[in-house]
Design a protein around this ligand. Structure first.
Ligand code: COA
Length: 299
């Protein structure tokens, strides 16, 4: 990967998140490229503190090309994996085709290698872009099945709003002390991703189960379905308790992670969201049974 690249008129910067204008340039690049707004992250505790962005800047603080790496510890088959993740990969149209993306990708890979991450993960709709660097797609599976009878004793859940100060503090504490939602495949931390994902999808609802000290990320599905996206707690409550506290009595449940801690079984179904989950690792990181990373860990 030692091909040349054309950076005429551009300045390279890394680790630039403390510079407000440079951060704004990234917000603008991602808004223009993907139509997403990561600006609210600043009200939600800021970007992941381990983030290491690599960017080529043009005059006037325009970010022409970027790729960011950050630490994303995972649990796979019960084992803690010291993984990194890539995100925010984009090149503005006038600067495409000059090798700038190849350059930031090589820089991000070198950074990961110098920190001895065991694996690197990413999501992309262009898997071919990453295969030359040794990334391979892992199939993702959600679980679907009949809902258990809700266990309805106890205090009902209350809705959380991450933009409310007290709710945000509660969420941050829960995220800091969480156990992985699954032993098959799950993140161990990644609070910033969880928090920004609450803002990127308006259908995501957050509920607090006081007795269990659990945050439930969920969606009311169509025609009697219930979608469980994530559970943030030191101990994962059974699905029947979650439904009971939420006052939900669906017929069918979709669980968007492996439900090994939910005291419930469903059928594994291929999950195709149009993006591939890719892994680059020297060890085999395939989950032992069908699984997916919670959409709240999406990045
Ligand atoms: C994809 C994107 C980052 C490529 O930027 P670029 O400046 O054209 O990339 P480069 O010139 O550095 O090319 C790097 C390599 O990727 C290849 N490539 C470029 N676009 C590609 C695509 N859509 N699919 C597969 N490979 C691609 C190039 O052929 C080149 O290969 P080489 O290293 O063998 O020569 C840019 O088109 C973009 O921002 N697209 C929209 C956002 C996006 O898709 N981001 C990445 C996916 S998460």
């Amino acid at each position: 990967m030692s091909k040349s690249f054309d950076s005429a008129g551009l300045t390279f910067r890394q680790d630039y998140f403390d510079d407000r204008a440079a951060w704004a340039a990234l917000v603008s690049l991602l808004g223009d490229t993907f139509g997403i707004d990561i600006g609210p992250l600043q009200q939600l505790g800021g970007p992941d503190p381990t983030s290491m962005p690599f960017g080529w800047f043009a005059a006037g603080n325009t970010l022409a090309a970027n790729l960011s790496a950050f630490a994303m510890p995972l649990v796979v088959n019960g084992r803690q994996i010291n993984a990194a993740a890539f995100q925010s990969g984009a090149v503005r149209p006038p600067w495409r085709g000059r090798g700038l993306y190849r350059d930031v990708t090589c820089k991000a890979l070198e950074w990961c290698e110098s920190r001895q991450f065991e694996a690197i993960v990413l999501y992309t709709d262009k898997p071919l872009l990453y295969e030359p660097y040794g990334f391979r797609s892992l199939p993702m599976h959600r679980y679907c099945g009949a809902a258990p009878k809700p266990y309805s004793a106890g205090k009902p859940a209350r809705e959380l709003d991450p933009l409310n100060k007290a709710d945000l503090a509660l969420l941050q504490e829960a995220l800091k002390t969480r156990t992985p939602v699954s032993d098959v495949l799950a993140v161990s931390g990644s609070a910033a991703m969880f928090l920004i994902n609450t803002q990127l999808d308006p259908e995501v609802r957050l509920s607090w189960l006081d007795a269990e000290k659990a945050v439930i990320a969920w969606k009311a599905g169509k025609s009697g379905r219930f979608g469980l996206l994530d559970v943030v707690a030191t101990e994962i409550p059974p699905l029947a308790v979650i439904l009971g506290r939420l006052g939900e009595g669906p017929e069918q449940v979709d669980v968007f992670f492996s439900p090994d801690k939910l005291d419930w079984r469903g059928e594994a179904l291929a999950f195709d969201s149009g993006t591939a989950f890719m892994v680059r690792s020297t060890t085999d990181l395939a989950p032992a049974s069908p699984a997916m990373l919670s959409p709240m860990a999406d990045f």
